[in-house]
Ligand binder design. Structure first.
Ligand code: 26V
Length: 812
């Protein structure tokens, strides 16, 4: 390891030469990035090997976090940070004429996820390694990750994400650890000589699952865990066999493509289950490779299979990898010769499941026919699990057909993945207190009655290393000056900042840092979009996936209202605002795409109207991604978390903003409730219906958006602007579907209902923002309480309550 700037310069120059055959003078930023990456990886490798040795020799229990998504973002800066090399490398590079920040920007985001669920998985990996816990990710090495979004003529256009186009410097291909995954075919059963039933899978297609390992570097503790991403390839053997048949080559190519599409692209829809066969193939591909790989590692320990749950935890990130349950059963029974009961005990004790949504349209179900043809042996296992579970229910409550019909894993020709996940695991958790309560009392009420001990809450968290230490060094340093750096290993200690709440100089400096981050974002906006924004205005930010329930429409309707007031009401007063949006819409989600169109239309009108330009601007930043979030969040004053209460399971953006000193404008939904509990009424702006209100309207009716429309003139005028002649719509029909969703379809997400309350709360924010010192004190309170939302806390809870694992190394 290099211990000084000089040693770094020496090592870096050598690397440029040996790796790229290049001198420092001729290297481009991209060359420099590549060789820096290679150099850093050399150093990681030593610790990686050592960590693995240590896990093996200590026989530590290993956790495998199965997730169809890992939204990692860029790794260079974070790896340097966690290795404590950031300042040394930065200075060394500066001496050579390179800026570390520019080199970091050479890296493509690893965007192998849609949103919250995938980013959570990435934060969890960082915390596992940083806490010295043996936890690894299993995912898919999609050739194309989350699509790249361009805005053309105000509309979203999706472009392929070629993140692998210039080599991904962090991965290591490990072909020797490849495994075979089988699809299709038939199952023959026969009775063996000793009387046991044997199942033989025949006529199947096979695909090679080739692992690409990515190191996950812990913070200052020499731990390096593994994110193992599986890639689908045609096997050599299969290739030879096909190539030698008639029409060998053509046949081979078609076949190869059909196999390799399994790791071709990430499904970009995170709220509608489309029931695509390829998606089910992807899920089984991940599951089968992961389960086999976990068993292979376990077998190195030479222990009886009965101790598998003491040495291995298989965690499933939502139901997408729920096939882990029947797959583990299959391997244990068919390949390891265990009986059903023994296999079932092991499976249940090893598997745990996190639920991330209560939206019914996102709950996974698969047609039984799909499962039977694609995975004939797993289909048999699932049927047996279902049969035995239904028997158990019958035994508890004979004759209650209704209950059995509701709880069955297979019903109406569908396999219900959430039911499979609950029945086959020992722990089911929600991701915020409110969400878990909703699961227990509503969505999964019947299961809660059967297995109350399985249900538990693990409120989400985010890694403060990426989202504060790395994304906002200025703020992190300011905090260190005030309270030292204990909070880095114990984020709860950020509470010491509360002592600074009356320290005027400190609060002014805090305000100064926010201004600086706003200036940086403003120049990014100017450079990329040509829009000049006022850094003294409130930066009001709404960045997340575009979805009806997240209510970007409520935000934009408020902007339309404010614009109208500014133009027509001379006594209307407002604190200048910059409204910032970023959001990707699922490609087939027409409503969401229309909302983007509306935002960009409103932006065009507002930004080009000199009459309001001193007061407001609207900016839609394209291609929302982890690295864009890292730019925006530190510069935010107001964090919009305005989901329809009960619909957002937790939210994690809310936590990132809070940690960077933004104030939340939010509904009492998801983890906003817990933010409110911590900071108190004065340091958060809550508004709108409660989750009880929303759920009860859903159950009993009683809401009419038209009544509100007719009784509130501001609502009527604003909505009418969508369809009548107005600055935003020249009477076109373009926004008719948005209008109809609010009136004809009675406003599913209660936008109209919450409008008045939202407007009033925004007004209050405008006044409060003018009291700078008080504002900064509220901002401070948010930062001070944000330690609770470090994913270190979340992971410690998982480790203790669900996985039963302890740190391997003591933290330095
Ligand atoms: C569903 C589907 C279904 C169609 C195929 C692709 C796909 C991909 C993902 C999903 C489920 C997405 C669920 C999700 O992201 N939930 C979010 O999880 C966050 C972390 O727990 C949480 O903070 C958010 O509130 C929750 O919406």
């Amino acid at each position: 390891m290099f211990n000084s700037k000089e040693e770094f310069i020496q090592a870096f120059s050598e690397k440029l030469e040996t790796e790229l055959g290049m001198g420092v003078e001729t290297a481009t930023e991209h060359d420099a990035y590549r060789s820096l990456g290679a150099l850093v990886k050399d150093h990681i490798n030593k610790n990686w090997l050592q960590t693995n040795h240590q896990y093996e020799s200590n026989q530590n229990k290993q956790v495998y976090y199965f997730s169809m998504e890992f939204l990692m973002g860029r790794l260079l800066g974070n790896n340097l940070l966690n290795m404590q090399l950031l300042s040394l490398v930065k200075e060394g590079l500066a001496d050579l004429g390179f800026s570390l920040t520019s080199l970091e920007e050479q890296e493509n985001d690893a965007g192998l996820g849609n949103g919250g669920l995938g980013r959570l998985a990435a934060c969890f990996l960082d915390s596992l390694a940083s806490l010295g816990l043996a936890g690894h990710g299993y995912g898919i090495r999609y050739k194309y990750g989350m699509f790249e979004q361009a805005i053309i003529d105000g509309y979203q256009v999706e472009l392929p994400d070629r993140w692998l186009a210039n080599e991904f410097v962090w991965e290591v291909r490990r072909p020797e650890q490849s495994l075979e995954v089988r699809f299709g075919g038939h199952v023959n059963s026969r009775v063996s000589s000793d009387g046991t039933l044997i199942f033989e899978h025949v006529d199947y297609e096979q695909v090679q699952a080739v692992p690409y390992d990515v190191p996950v570097v812990g913070y200052n503790n020499e731990t390096v865990n593994t994110l193992r991403l599986w890639s689908a390839e045609a096997s050599q053997e299969d290739t030879l066999k096909r190539a030698s048949q008639q029409d060998g080559f053509g046949n081979f190519l078609t076949h190869k493509r059909s196999l390799e599409e399994m790791s071709e692209f990430l499904y970009p829809d995170d709220s509608h289950e489309a029931g695509r066969k390829l998606r089910l193939k992807q899920e089984y591909f991940l599951v089968s490779a992961g389960v086999q790989s976990a068993i292979r590692s376990f077998e190195h320990l030479n222990l009886p299979l009965s101790s598998f749950p003491e040495k291995v935890s298989l965690h499933i990130n939502d139901t997408h990898p729920a096939l882990v349950i029947p797959e583990l059963m299959r391997v244990l029974i068919d390949e390891k010769g265990l009986g059903w009961e023994a296999a079932w005990t092991i499976t249940q004790a090893s598997v745990s499941y996190t639920n991330h949504t209560t939206l019914s349209e996102a709950l996974e179900t698969w047609p039984v026919d799909f499962v039977r043809t694609l995975l004939p042996r797993l289909h048999m296992v699932i049927e047996e699990i279902n049969e035995r579970f239904c028997q158990q229910l019958w035994g508890q409550d004979p004759g209650d057909f209704d209950r059995i019909a509701k709880l069955a894993i297979i019903a109406d020709g569908q396999v219900k993945m959430a039911h499979l996940a609950i029945v086959g695991s020992h722990s089911v958790n929600g991701v915020a207190k409110l969400h878990t309560e909703i699961l227990k009392t509503r969505e999964m009420k019947n299961f809660y009655a059967v297995f109350p001990e399985r249900f538990n809450n693990k409120t989400n968290g985010i890694t403060h290393r990426r989202w504060l230490l790395h994304a906002n060094k200025l703020l992190a340093n300011h905090i260190k000056e005030a309270i030292g750096d204990r909070w880095i290993s114990q984020p709860d200690q950020l509470r010491d900042l509360i002592g600074k709440k009356d320290d005027e100089a400190f609060l002014d400096q805090l305000g100064g840092i926010k201004q600086q981050k706003k200036r940086e974002l403003a120049s990014f906006i100017k450079d990329n979009y040509g829009i000049a924004v006022d850094t003294n205005s409130i930066f009001d930010v709404h960045i997340k996936r575009l979805h009806g329930y997240k209510r970007q429409l409520l935000n934009v309707l408020h902007i339309m209202y404010v614009y109208h007031e500014l133009k027509s009401n001379p006594s209307f007063e407002m604190t200048p605002r910059t409204f910032i949006f970023a959001a990707k819409a699922a490609p087939s989600y027409h409503f969401a795409k229309k909302v983007i169109k509306l935002i960009t239309r409103v932006a065009g009108v507002v930004n080009n109207d000199p009459a309001v330009n001193g007061q407001m601007k609207v900016v839609f930043l394209e291609n929302y991604s982890v690295s864009l979030a890292e730019r925006i969040i530190p510069a935010t004053d107001i964090s919009e978390q305005i989901s329809t209460a009960s619909k957002e399971a937790s939210g994690t953006g809310n936590m990132k903003f809070m940690m960077n000193g933004a104030l939340t404008l939010g509904t009492m939904d998801g983890a906003n409730v817990e933010i409110h509990d911590l900071v108190g009424d004065k340091a958060i702006y809550t508004f709108g219906l409660s989750s009880e209100d929303v759920l009860s309207y859903g159950q009993n009716g009683g809401y009419s958006s038209r009544e509100v429309y007719e009784s509130d003139e501001r609502v009527r005028r604003t909505l009418d602007q969508l369809v009548h002649y107005s600055p935003f719509s020249k009477g076109e029909t373009e926004f008719r579907d948005l209008y109809d969703s609010l009136l004809a379809y009675n406003d599913e997400y209660f936008v109209v209902k919450d409008f008045a309350n939202y407007v009033a709360t925004q007004q209050r924010i405008g006044y409060d923002y003018q009291q700078k010192r008080e504002w900064n004190a509220k901002s401070l309170l948010n930062i001070a309480h944000s330690g609770r939302f470090s994913s270190d806390r979340t992971i410690q809870e998982y480790a203790q309550d669900i996985w039963d694992i302890r740190p391997v190394r003591t933290l330095k």
